[in-house]
Design a protein around this ligand. Structure first.
Ligand SMILES: *Cc1c(COP(=O)(O)O)cnc(C)c1O
Length: 430
């Protein structure tokens, strides 16, 4: 595979962009080698600067759930552009998208638009703190909530200690208010709540984590979080930036029938434009400025072009529930193909999946939390990743990410993915 143009560009990028990229995972650091510079994409395919074609299993980390260059979304954006790119004043389209989100997502009675998932989670935590008048919150290890300071926290030693900064630049003062618990472990949560009585404003969780690879909630876990929060007056926040509009039109909360107090959204909600949102119970959302005392603002929030893209995307998903059956079928076919390959090759790697999220971990342990996920052989993953790429299959460049499937994948694409998976694993284990 010829990738000399991408290599050149990556080298050139080093001198003007830190690490050559505008978001770290794009640099391929955890799989080694050189990132690909992308030139265009359409449907299920992406093309790099050297003209190589790839079947897409990232889809911009989720937003392109209907495939790239969706004609309806592009048309809506094209129309909106003619009326200026931004006003910084309210528009009727913002009401339309807000009403649609309220009708689709069970927990959301009111919603505020922002420009990224990071903004959504930062704002949600501030609001939960303001609303409860409490300082601390619980984060689940291995869940990702964007790059806000209070989320860049690693576990201290022992389950009931406070967190410590996971990045230079995050202060100890910030870290001490973030408490950490492993995923799928209600006992740890109960201990933290007990040790910090009436100090915990919120528990924030990816209901189906996709940022440690795909991990599923054990039976009763989400319900358990719900009842602890009810008992202790803690705000339960589902970070559905990834799962929202993906696992169902109402996200993981619809799929599992557990309703949080607040929800954060991003990725699909913008149809490919930079959008995030946070919403929830009226009573809580009315605490946000200008109605309430908790400050939050944005010059480009509710941007007319972004709203046109997002509104068209959400309308498509809302009006065509068959999309979710289709995504589930595609996910099930890929999972079955992978499982058959593993069986044929006598391999025992762990596959986790739900609907259009799927991960294969290079370990034979059951993966129910971040500790388990970290048992994966990431060097093997790197080899697998590059060999898949050589066969034209573009996977997320990290063991700790989920595939993001789109409806644009054809049966032929699925067969190609499964065959490549077989050939690559066979090569690696011969
Ligand atoms: C991607 C992601 C975020 C961060 O969103 P950005 O738009 O990258 O800031 C937050 N939470 C989850 C669950 C995500 O997957």
């Amino acid at each position: 595979m010829e990738t000399s143009r991408s290599k050149e560009l990556f080298e050139q990028a080093q001198s003007s962009i830190p690490g050559g990229v505008n978001s770290p995972v794009r640099a391929f650091k955890s799989v080694g080698g050189n990132p690909l510079f992308i030139n265009k994409a359409e449907g299920a395919y992406m093309y790099d600067e050297d003209g190589n074609k790839y079947v897409e299993l990232i889809n911009s980390w989720g937003p392109m759930i209907l495939g790239h260059a969706n004609p309806k979304i592009e048309e809506a954006v094209g129309k909106a552009i003619k009326n200026s790119l931004s006003f910084g004043a309210p528009t009727s389209r913002e009401i339309e998208i807000a009403e649609l989100i309220v009708s689709m997502v069970p927990s959301i009675e009111k919603v505020r638009m922002v420009n990224s998932g990071t903004e959504a989670t930062m704002s949600a935590i501030r609001l939960a703190r303001g609303y409860t008048n409490r300082n601390k919150f619980i984060k689940i290890e291995g869940c990702y909530h964007g790059h806000g300071d209070s989320f860049l926290i690693a576990a201290g030693s022992g389950a009931v200690t406070m967190g410590s900064p996971d990045s230079p630049g995050v202060t100890e003062g910030t870290a001490k208010d973030t408490l950490l618990a492993p995923y799928n472990d209600l006992t740890s949560i109960e201990k933290l709540v007990e040790a910090n009585k009436d100090d915990i404003a919120a528990i924030i969780v990816e209901p189906v984590p996709g940022n440690m690879g795909c991990v599923l909630p054990n039976t009763g876990y989400l319900e358990g979080l719900r009842s602890i929060c009810d008992k202790e007056n803690i705000v339960l926040i589902f970070d559905e930036v990834m799962t929202g509009f993906r696992l169902a039109k109402g996200g993981a909360q619809e799929h599992f029938g557990v309703t949080p107090d607040m929800t954060t959204l991003g990725k699909i909600i913008g149809g490919g434009m930079p959008v995030g949102a946070y919403g929830g119970k009226k009573e809580i959302m009315d605490y946000v400025s200008p109605q309430g005392p908790v400050y939050q603002a944005g010059t480009l929030s509710g941007n007319p072009i972004s709203m046109a893209a997002g509104l068209t995307m959400l309308t498509e998903l809302n009006e065509n529930p068959a999309i979710y059956d289709q995504l589930t079928q595609i996910g099930a076919k890929i999972r079955k193909g992978f499982e058959e390959n593993l069986e044929k090759l006598g391999l025992n790697y762990t596959i986790n999946s739900l609907g259009s999220m799927i991960s294969m971990f290079f370990t034979d342990v059951k993966v129910e939390n971040f500790e388990d996920a970290k048992k994966s052989d990431t060097a093997k993953f790197g080899t697998y990743f590059h060999k898949m790429l050589e066969r034209g299959v573009y996977l997320p460049p990290s063991q700790f990410e989920s595939l993001f499937l789109s409806t644009a994948l054809t049966q032929e694409d699925i067969d190609h993915i499964i065959t490549s998976h077989y050939e690559v694993l066979k090569e690696m284990h011969s």
